[in-house]
Design a binder for this molecule. Structure first.
Ligand SMILES: Cc1cc2nc3c(=O)[nH]c(=O)nc-3n(C[C@H](O)[C@H](O)[C@H](O)COP(=O)(O)OP(=O)(O)OC[C@H]3O[C@@H](n4cnc5c(N)ncnc54)[C@H](O)[C@@H]3O)c2cc1C
Length: 357
């Protein structure tokens, strides 16, 4: 067997979380190798491409990856007239360019970013095995490898609950600056979305896994409904989809034999169980994980527990609330009572009921 390549920080995954880990740890002077099975950063895009304005404080130069601004959210509950949430600012991005820009910054900071490097296995001692049979080991290992993280699995931290999604890109007839959300008892465990990108839009649906077989008909219905109202065209420019973790936060630190391990982003279950949004949490957690890895290597014995504490403080309250709301809605289906419009409102972030005790 070939010799094991060694580095200070080994990052699996070069999505938003992994690229931020790599950039931060490399900026702190650490040797970083980061691996991603994708040949090109962010491709294929598996995302509705909305980021909240909050990310402007974390990442410079977002203008270069922005397709358009968003100002408000419009929520459609069943067939009722929509409710407008006026203050919901953010950006629609080109997600492939966004991921590529973050990976480029990691490389500029000195991280060695390798694309086309698929991790096949993570050994019990933290050695990472690639599909070509080679092995790598970091003084610290980072799992930033998304919802079905292999690093997380090796630690026994698994996203047990996911939402399955399907999305198409369609012509948008009246360009606008709002994200449209469609809530219905017919979309169990999820919702529909129409997010604008100038003259096209991402139209998608997410559902609980038990309803996965209904994704296509639900999305076709939504598409047809919007097409007959002349909001979108019938042409489909592209398809995507993928799982979103919705089970809430996992313990983000652990050990494989002597190797300390940190999880970040979807691998740590940081996507919101109601909205499915996970980009900003991935970016923030990635930065914190990179700092923690560097601090650990400089002898800070508390760096890892501090990382876990930071994530808990930053994300757990919001994730727990979303989880509770999600469970309330799912319980209705189990009791054979489809959620009412009131139930759906209590389960969605645009309504005061969601934030009530
Ligand atoms: C359809 C859809 C729509 C979404 N829309 C939004 C949205 O509008 N806004 C939002 O904030 N969030 C959205 N999300 C969620 C968001 O995409 C994720 O939360 C975010 O990408 C998490 O970033 P990450 O870096 O943790 O993981 P990822 O972006 O998944 O990156 C993980 C990386 O690890 C790599 N990888 C995985 N396994 C291996 C392996 N074995 N070997 C090597 N590399 C590996 C992958 O190739 C990938 O590049 C959406 C998700 C889906 C599926």
């Amino acid at each position: 067997m070939s010799a094991i390549e060694r580095t200070d920080v080994l990052v699996v995954g070069l999505g938003p979380a992994g690229s931020r880990v790599a950039a931060t740890a490399a900026s702190a002077g650490r040797r970083v190798v980061a691996l991603d099975r994708r040949r090109e950063p962010g491709v294929p895009v598996q995302c509705a491409e909305f980021i909240p304005a909050l990310l402007d404080q974390e990442i410079e130069g977002l203008g270069a990856v922005t397709r358009q601004r968003v100002r408000e959210m419009m929520t459609f509950v069943e067939d009722e007239a929509p409710d407008i949430k006026p203050d919901f600012p953010g950006r629609m991005i080109d997600r492939a360019k966004f991921d590529a820009a973050l990976a480029a910054r990691a490389a500029e900071a000195g991280a060695e970013c390798r694309f086309g490097a698929a991790v096949e296995a993570v050994d019990p001692d933290g050695t990472v095995r690639l599909s070509d049979g080679s092995g790598l080991r970091g003084e610290v290992l980072i799992g930033a490898d998304g919802p079905r993280s292999r690093v997380g699995r090796a630690l026994g931290r698994i996203n047990e609950h996911v939402v399955e999604t399907r999305q198409i890109t369609v012509p948008l007839y009246a360009p606008n600056e709002q994200t449209d959300i469609f809530l219905s008892a017919d979309i169990p465990g999820g919702y529909g979305w129409l997010f604008p990108k100038g003259e096209v839009a991402n139209l998608g649906v997410g559902v609980a896994p038990e309803a996965k077989h209904r994704l296509k008909p639900i999305l076709d219905d939504l598409h047809e409904n919007l097409a007959v109202r002349d909001r979108v065209g019938r042409r489909v420019f592209g398809h995507t989809g993928g799982p979103i973790p919705v089970g809430g936060m996992l313990d983000p630190i652990g050990r494989l034999d002597e190797t300390p391990v940190l999880l970040a982003g979807d691998a740590a279950g940081l996507a919101n169980p109601v909205t499915g949004a996970g980009i900003s949490a991935a970016v923030i957690a990635g930065g914190a994980a990179g700092e923690a890895a560097a601090a650990h290597l400089s002898g800070d014995a508390e760096a890892l527990p501090d990382y876990a504490e930071e994530l808990t403080e930053l994300f757990k309250p919001a994730l727990d609330r979303a989880l509770a709301r999600r469970r309330e809605l799912l319980a209705r289906y189990r009791e054979d009572q489809a959620p009412t419009p009131e139930n759906l409102r209590r389960g969605w972030i645009a309504y005061p009921e969601y934030w009530a005790a």
